[in-house]
Write a protein that binds this ligand. Sequence first.
Ligand code: ZN
Length: 203
Amino acid sequence: MKIICIGRNYIDHAKELNSAIPESPLFFLKPDSALLPKKTPFYIPDFTKDLHYECEVVVKINKLGKNITKKFAHTYYNEIGLGIDFTARDIQEECKIKGLPWEKAKAFDGSAVVSEKFITKEKINPFDFNFSLYKNGDIVQNGNTNNVLFDIDTIICYISQFMTLKIGDLIFTGTPAGVGPVSIGDELVGFIENEKMFDLKIK
Ligand code: ZN
């Protein structure tokens, strides 16, 4: 499986990082080795001094597809989860300045946290629900999927022009404003509406 991440999908987040607003979905990949194993704490890697959380809605692909039309995109997923796209912000800034790819900053082991729990489309409208992240009990990120530049169907249609989507692939759909650093001892708890999706300890 592969993990596809969308960048700058929430304007308020693109602005907080002084990034340009994309005209089409900006995406990058994380390898399957980036997936944090279940029930495992996250260990901050030593190569960064500025590790950031980015809380994101995650969509699980459940059908093989290529060149998917927007009209049929909704038939390629049924479950929605929540995750964290961990980012070594100091390394990413260096990569951006030098025009280099982001893998060192975004694709390292454990950098993709995905909730064990997923919610089916029957229980939630993919285009309009709230999600939030709490750090040590304080709310730090709060988004609604109706605030995106590119909704999930548009993303699936766009990505599938370039790469085949396979069963089990995960799409991280971008983060709202409020990204920030984590330190050893922090606890990150993510919610979709009032449902707790994950509870992660930072070590
Ligand atoms: Zn992200």
